[in-house]
Design a protein around this ligand. Structure first.
Ligand SMILES: [Zn+2]
Length: 355
Protein backbone atom coordinates (compact mmCIF):
# COMPACT_ATOMS: atom_id res chain seq x y z
CA UNK A 1 0.00 0.00 0.00
CA UNK A 2 1.23 3.40 -1.02
CA UNK A 3 2.04 5.57 2.00
CA UNK A 4 0.39 8.69 0.57
CA UNK A 5 -2.87 6.82 -0.03
CA UNK A 6 -2.78 5.42 3.48
CA UNK A 7 -2.21 8.86 4.94
CA UNK A 8 -4.97 10.42 2.88
CA UNK A 9 -7.44 7.76 4.01
CA UNK A 10 -6.46 8.38 7.60
CA UNK A 11 -6.85 12.12 7.06
CA UNK A 12 -10.30 11.71 5.46
CA UNK A 13 -11.32 9.49 8.29
CA UNK A 14 -10.10 11.96 10.92
CA UNK A 15 -11.80 14.93 9.21
CA UNK A 16 -15.11 13.14 8.89
CA UNK A 17 -14.92 11.90 12.45
CA UNK A 18 -14.27 15.41 13.72
CA UNK A 19 -17.23 16.69 11.70
CA UNK A 20 -19.40 13.89 12.97
CA UNK A 21 -18.72 14.61 16.62
CA UNK A 22 -19.11 18.35 16.24
CA UNK A 23 -22.31 18.56 14.20
CA UNK A 24 -23.59 15.00 13.85
CA UNK A 25 -26.01 15.67 11.00
CA UNK A 26 -27.16 12.49 9.19
CA UNK A 27 -24.83 13.35 6.27
CA UNK A 28 -21.87 13.66 8.60
CA UNK A 29 -22.68 10.40 10.29
CA UNK A 30 -22.89 8.71 6.88
CA UNK A 31 -19.58 10.24 5.78
CA UNK A 32 -18.00 9.10 8.96
CA UNK A 33 -19.35 5.60 8.54
CA UNK A 34 -18.16 5.45 4.92
CA UNK A 35 -14.63 6.54 5.71
CA UNK A 36 -14.50 4.10 8.55
CA UNK A 37 -15.53 1.30 6.17
CA UNK A 38 -12.74 2.36 3.78
CA UNK A 39 -10.26 2.33 6.57
CA UNK A 40 -11.30 -1.05 7.81
CA UNK A 41 -10.80 -2.40 4.28
CA UNK A 42 -7.23 -1.17 4.33
CA UNK A 43 -5.34 -3.80 6.27
CA UNK A 44 -2.19 -1.72 6.65
CA UNK A 45 -3.92 0.88 8.75
CA UNK A 46 -6.07 -1.46 10.80
CA UNK A 47 -4.29 -0.66 14.02
CA UNK A 48 -4.52 3.08 13.44
CA UNK A 49 -8.28 2.82 12.83
CA UNK A 50 -8.66 0.96 16.09
CA UNK A 51 -6.83 3.70 17.92
CA UNK A 52 -8.87 6.42 16.19
CA UNK A 53 -12.16 4.69 16.96
CA UNK A 54 -11.20 4.58 20.60
CA UNK A 55 -10.26 8.24 20.47
CA UNK A 56 -13.57 8.99 18.79
CA UNK A 57 -15.50 7.23 21.53
CA UNK A 58 -13.64 9.30 24.09
CA UNK A 59 -14.33 12.56 22.27
CA UNK A 60 -18.01 11.66 22.05
CA UNK A 61 -18.33 10.99 25.78
CA UNK A 62 -16.53 14.19 26.64
CA UNK A 63 -18.66 16.21 24.24
CA UNK A 64 -21.86 14.66 25.62
CA UNK A 65 -21.03 15.67 29.20
CA UNK A 66 -20.16 19.26 28.32
CA UNK A 67 -23.12 19.92 25.98
CA UNK A 68 -25.51 18.26 28.42
CA UNK A 69 -24.59 20.40 31.41
CA UNK A 70 -27.21 23.00 32.32
CA UNK A 71 -25.99 26.49 31.49
CA UNK A 72 -27.06 28.92 34.24
CA UNK A 73 -25.80 31.86 32.13
CA UNK A 74 -24.41 33.61 35.19
CA UNK A 75 -23.24 37.19 35.14
CA UNK A 76 -21.92 38.72 38.36
CA UNK A 77 -23.19 42.18 39.18
CA UNK A 78 -21.01 44.58 41.13
CA UNK A 79 -22.92 45.97 44.12
CA UNK A 80 -20.08 47.66 46.03
CA UNK A 81 -16.29 47.95 45.87
CA UNK A 82 -14.91 44.39 45.81
CA UNK A 83 -18.41 42.87 46.02
CA UNK A 84 -20.19 41.00 43.22
CA UNK A 85 -23.46 39.11 43.42
CA UNK A 86 -25.41 36.67 41.33
CA UNK A 87 -29.08 37.58 41.57
CA UNK A 88 -31.58 34.75 41.25
CA UNK A 89 -35.04 34.96 39.69
CA UNK A 90 -38.01 35.98 41.86
CA UNK A 91 -39.62 32.59 41.35
CA UNK A 92 -39.99 29.25 43.02
CA UNK A 93 -37.43 26.65 41.90
CA UNK A 94 -38.37 25.08 38.57
CA UNK A 95 -36.84 22.85 35.89
CA UNK A 96 -36.37 25.99 33.80
CA UNK A 97 -34.50 28.12 36.35
CA UNK A 98 -32.75 25.04 37.81
CA UNK A 99 -32.91 26.53 41.28
CA UNK A 100 -31.27 29.83 40.35
CA UNK A 101 -33.68 31.88 42.47
CA UNK A 102 -31.56 33.00 45.42
CA UNK A 103 -28.74 35.53 45.64
CA UNK A 104 -25.15 34.72 46.37
CA UNK A 105 -22.14 36.99 46.55
CA UNK A 106 -18.38 37.03 46.20
CA UNK A 107 -16.30 39.45 48.26
CA UNK A 108 -12.81 39.93 46.88
CA UNK A 109 -9.86 40.44 49.21
CA UNK A 110 -6.11 40.50 48.57
CA UNK A 111 -5.82 36.89 49.71
CA UNK A 112 -8.89 35.34 48.14
CA UNK A 113 -12.66 35.41 48.09
CA UNK A 114 -15.22 35.00 50.81
CA UNK A 115 -18.48 33.67 49.35
CA UNK A 116 -21.95 34.18 50.85
CA UNK A 117 -24.21 31.26 49.90
CA UNK A 118 -23.36 28.82 47.13
CA UNK A 119 -26.51 28.26 45.12
CA UNK A 120 -28.65 25.22 44.39
CA UNK A 121 -26.11 22.81 42.85
CA UNK A 122 -22.48 21.91 42.25
CA UNK A 123 -22.85 22.98 38.61
CA UNK A 124 -24.16 26.39 39.69
CA UNK A 125 -21.21 26.95 42.04
CA UNK A 126 -18.74 25.86 39.38
CA UNK A 127 -20.22 28.26 36.83
CA UNK A 128 -20.37 31.11 39.37
CA UNK A 129 -16.68 30.61 40.09
CA UNK A 130 -15.84 30.45 36.37
CA UNK A 131 -17.58 33.81 35.92
CA UNK A 132 -15.75 35.35 38.90
CA UNK A 133 -12.43 33.98 37.71
CA UNK A 134 -12.66 36.39 34.79
CA UNK A 135 -12.78 39.27 37.27
CA UNK A 136 -9.91 37.88 39.31
CA UNK A 137 -8.57 34.38 39.57
CA UNK A 138 -8.34 33.99 43.34
CA UNK A 139 -9.01 31.04 45.63
CA UNK A 140 -12.17 30.93 47.72
CA UNK A 141 -11.02 30.89 51.35
CA UNK A 142 -14.36 30.95 53.16
CA UNK A 143 -17.94 30.10 52.40
CA UNK A 144 -20.71 31.29 54.70
CA UNK A 145 -24.20 29.81 54.44
CA UNK A 146 -27.08 32.03 55.51
CA UNK A 147 -29.54 29.27 56.43
CA UNK A 148 -30.51 25.68 55.79
CA UNK A 149 -32.81 26.06 52.75
CA UNK A 150 -31.13 24.08 50.01
CA UNK A 151 -31.29 26.73 47.28
CA UNK A 152 -28.57 28.51 49.28
CA UNK A 153 -25.89 25.93 50.01
CA UNK A 154 -25.89 22.90 47.71
CA UNK A 155 -22.89 24.37 45.87
CA UNK A 156 -20.67 23.98 48.98
CA UNK A 157 -19.05 20.78 47.77
CA UNK A 158 -17.61 22.54 44.71
CA UNK A 159 -15.62 24.96 46.89
CA UNK A 160 -14.43 22.26 49.25
CA UNK A 161 -13.22 20.09 46.35
CA UNK A 162 -11.64 22.93 44.40
CA UNK A 163 -10.02 24.96 47.19
CA UNK A 164 -10.47 23.13 50.49
CA UNK A 165 -12.56 26.16 51.48
CA UNK A 166 -13.59 26.51 55.12
CA UNK A 167 -17.37 26.16 55.27
CA UNK A 168 -19.22 28.16 57.93
CA UNK A 169 -22.94 28.13 58.58
CA UNK A 170 -25.92 27.05 60.65
CA UNK A 171 -25.86 23.88 62.73
CA UNK A 172 -29.15 22.74 61.21
CA UNK A 173 -27.40 21.93 57.91
CA UNK A 174 -25.11 19.44 59.66
CA UNK A 175 -27.89 18.11 61.87
CA UNK A 176 -30.54 17.60 59.23
CA UNK A 177 -28.78 16.74 55.99
CA UNK A 178 -26.40 14.09 54.77
CA UNK A 179 -25.13 12.99 51.39
CA UNK A 180 -27.75 11.02 49.51
CA UNK A 181 -30.72 12.91 50.97
CA UNK A 182 -33.19 13.86 48.27
CA UNK A 183 -33.76 17.47 49.24
CA UNK A 184 -36.08 19.81 47.34
CA UNK A 185 -33.49 20.71 44.67
CA UNK A 186 -32.74 17.05 43.93
CA UNK A 187 -36.44 16.54 43.23
CA UNK A 188 -37.02 19.68 41.15
CA UNK A 189 -33.83 20.43 39.21
CA UNK A 190 -33.14 18.85 35.83
CA UNK A 191 -30.56 16.06 35.99
CA UNK A 192 -27.98 18.05 34.04
CA UNK A 193 -28.09 20.75 36.74
CA UNK A 194 -28.18 18.67 39.93
CA UNK A 195 -25.68 16.04 38.73
CA UNK A 196 -22.53 15.81 40.82
CA UNK A 197 -24.09 17.68 43.74
CA UNK A 198 -23.14 16.15 47.09
CA UNK A 199 -24.11 17.21 50.57
CA UNK A 200 -21.09 17.72 52.81
CA UNK A 201 -20.73 18.83 56.41
CA UNK A 202 -19.87 22.38 57.41
CA UNK A 203 -16.56 22.92 59.17
CA UNK A 204 -17.61 25.60 61.61
CA UNK A 205 -20.84 26.61 63.32
CA UNK A 206 -20.70 30.13 64.77
CA UNK A 207 -22.40 30.23 68.17
CA UNK A 208 -21.79 33.93 68.62
CA UNK A 209 -20.45 36.75 66.48
CA UNK A 210 -17.25 35.74 64.81
CA UNK A 211 -14.74 38.07 63.16
CA UNK A 212 -12.92 36.97 60.04
CA UNK A 213 -10.03 39.03 58.75
CA UNK A 214 -9.02 38.12 55.26
CA UNK A 215 -6.77 40.02 52.86
CA UNK A 216 -7.46 43.43 54.38
CA UNK A 217 -11.23 42.99 54.74
CA UNK A 218 -13.15 42.49 57.98
CA UNK A 219 -16.22 40.29 58.14
CA UNK A 220 -18.58 39.88 61.08
CA UNK A 221 -20.36 36.55 60.89
CA UNK A 222 -23.49 37.00 63.00
CA UNK A 223 -25.72 34.08 64.00
CA UNK A 224 -29.30 34.84 65.10
CA UNK A 225 -30.15 33.60 68.57
CA UNK A 226 -33.87 33.34 67.83
CA UNK A 227 -35.88 31.64 65.12
CA UNK A 228 -36.38 34.22 62.34
CA UNK A 229 -36.48 33.04 58.70
CA UNK A 230 -35.35 29.62 59.98
CA UNK A 231 -34.23 28.30 63.35
CA UNK A 232 -30.61 29.42 62.95
CA UNK A 233 -30.01 32.13 60.38
CA UNK A 234 -26.58 33.68 59.85
CA UNK A 235 -25.80 37.03 58.28
CA UNK A 236 -22.60 38.87 57.37
CA UNK A 237 -21.74 42.46 58.14
CA UNK A 238 -18.69 44.28 56.80
CA UNK A 239 -18.35 47.22 59.22
CA UNK A 240 -15.58 48.99 57.31
CA UNK A 241 -17.23 48.77 53.90
CA UNK A 242 -20.73 49.19 55.36
CA UNK A 243 -22.09 46.26 53.41
CA UNK A 244 -24.47 43.68 54.85
CA UNK A 245 -25.48 40.29 53.47
CA UNK A 246 -28.82 39.49 55.04
CA UNK A 247 -29.60 36.07 53.65
CA UNK A 248 -33.35 35.42 53.74
CA UNK A 249 -33.87 37.62 56.80
CA UNK A 250 -34.49 40.21 54.10
CA UNK A 251 -36.19 39.76 50.74
CA UNK A 252 -37.62 42.34 48.38
CA UNK A 253 -39.73 42.16 45.25
CA UNK A 254 -41.24 38.90 46.38
CA UNK A 255 -43.10 37.40 49.31
CA UNK A 256 -41.03 35.51 51.87
CA UNK A 257 -41.61 31.91 52.84
CA UNK A 258 -42.66 31.66 56.47
CA UNK A 259 -42.85 27.88 56.75
CA UNK A 260 -39.81 27.54 59.03
CA UNK A 261 -39.80 31.01 60.50
CA UNK A 262 -41.23 33.35 63.11
CA UNK A 263 -42.79 36.77 62.67
CA UNK A 264 -41.55 37.93 66.06
CA UNK A 265 -38.05 36.60 65.32
CA UNK A 266 -38.04 38.21 61.90
CA UNK A 267 -38.90 41.57 63.45
CA UNK A 268 -36.09 41.12 65.96
CA UNK A 269 -33.64 40.28 63.16
CA UNK A 270 -34.73 43.30 61.12
CA UNK A 271 -34.29 45.46 64.19
CA UNK A 272 -30.72 44.17 64.67
CA UNK A 273 -29.94 44.77 61.00
CA UNK A 274 -31.46 48.24 61.09
CA UNK A 275 -29.18 49.26 63.95
CA UNK A 276 -26.05 48.40 61.97
CA UNK A 277 -24.48 51.08 59.83
CA UNK A 278 -24.71 49.86 56.22
CA UNK A 279 -25.02 51.51 52.84
CA UNK A 280 -25.50 48.36 50.80
CA UNK A 281 -27.66 45.43 51.89
CA UNK A 282 -27.90 42.31 49.76
CA UNK A 283 -31.13 40.39 50.40
CA UNK A 284 -31.41 36.60 50.08
CA UNK A 285 -33.90 37.13 47.27
CA UNK A 286 -34.58 40.40 45.46
CA UNK A 287 -32.70 43.01 43.52
CA UNK A 288 -32.87 46.12 45.71
CA UNK A 289 -29.59 46.68 47.58
CA UNK A 290 -29.74 50.35 48.54
CA UNK A 291 -30.88 51.98 51.78
CA UNK A 292 -34.48 50.91 51.04
CA UNK A 293 -33.54 47.21 50.70
CA UNK A 294 -35.22 46.09 53.94
CA UNK A 295 -38.27 48.40 53.87
CA UNK A 296 -40.60 45.86 52.28
CA UNK A 297 -39.62 43.14 54.73
CA UNK A 298 -40.14 45.45 57.68
CA UNK A 299 -43.57 46.51 56.42
CA UNK A 300 -44.61 42.94 55.63
CA UNK A 301 -43.81 41.53 59.06
CA UNK A 302 -45.10 44.59 60.92
CA UNK A 303 -48.45 44.51 59.11
CA UNK A 304 -48.67 40.74 59.48
CA UNK A 305 -48.13 40.96 63.22
CA UNK A 306 -50.36 43.99 63.88
CA UNK A 307 -53.25 42.81 61.74
CA UNK A 308 -53.24 39.24 63.02
CA UNK A 309 -53.10 40.42 66.64
CA UNK A 310 -56.02 42.79 65.93
CA UNK A 311 -57.95 39.94 64.30
CA UNK A 312 -57.29 37.70 67.31
CA UNK A 313 -58.64 40.49 69.52
CA UNK A 314 -61.77 40.41 67.38
CA UNK A 315 -62.11 36.63 67.82
CA UNK A 316 -61.24 35.83 64.22
CA UNK A 317 -60.37 32.13 64.18
CA UNK A 318 -57.94 30.07 62.11
CA UNK A 319 -60.52 29.34 59.40
CA UNK A 320 -61.18 33.03 58.83
CA UNK A 321 -57.75 34.53 59.33
CA UNK A 322 -56.49 34.34 55.74
CA UNK A 323 -59.44 36.35 54.46
CA UNK A 324 -59.27 38.71 57.42
CA UNK A 325 -55.61 39.63 56.73
CA UNK A 326 -55.15 39.92 52.96
CA UNK A 327 -52.02 42.15 53.03
CA UNK A 328 -53.16 43.80 49.84
CA UNK A 329 -50.16 46.12 49.87
CA UNK A 330 -48.15 43.13 48.67
CA UNK A 331 -50.48 41.60 46.12
CA UNK A 332 -48.30 42.68 43.18
CA UNK A 333 -45.12 41.18 44.62
CA UNK A 334 -43.76 37.97 43.13
CA UNK A 335 -45.05 34.73 44.70
CA UNK A 336 -47.86 36.47 46.59
CA UNK A 337 -50.38 33.91 45.34
CA UNK A 338 -48.24 30.95 46.33
CA UNK A 339 -46.94 32.10 49.70
CA UNK A 340 -48.95 34.85 51.34
CA UNK A 341 -51.89 32.76 52.53
CA UNK A 342 -49.71 30.10 54.05
CA UNK A 343 -47.55 32.76 55.71
CA UNK A 344 -50.64 34.25 57.33
CA UNK A 345 -51.64 30.78 58.50
CA UNK A 346 -48.23 30.12 60.09
CA UNK A 347 -48.13 33.60 61.63
CA UNK A 348 -51.59 33.12 63.12
CA UNK A 349 -50.50 29.87 64.79
CA UNK A 350 -47.46 31.60 66.22
CA UNK A 351 -49.19 34.78 67.41
CA UNK A 352 -52.20 32.97 68.84
CA UNK A 353 -49.82 31.15 71.18
CA UNK A 354 -48.55 34.46 72.56
CA UNK A 355 -51.96 35.21 74.03
ZN1 LIG B 1 -34.15 31.36 50.12
Amino acid sequence: MNKIVTLSIVATSVVSMATATEHRTPVDIMNSALSEMKAVATKTIEKKVEAKTEAKAEVKTEKKVSTDTFDYKLTPKKVADNVWCFFGALEKPTKENAGNMANNCYIKTKDGYLVMDTGPSYVFAEQAYEAMKKIEDLPVKYVVNSHNHDDHWLGNDFYKKKFGTELIGPKSINDNYKDGDQTRMYKILPKNAIKGTHIIKLDKIPKEKQIIKLGGEVFEIIPMDVKAHTGDDVFIYMPERKVLFAGDLVMNGRITSGRDGSVIGQLKALDMIKKLDWKVLVPGHGFITDKTAMDEAELYFTLTKDRILAAIENDVDSTEIVDAVPLEEFKDKAMYDILNKQNIGFAFEELEMLD
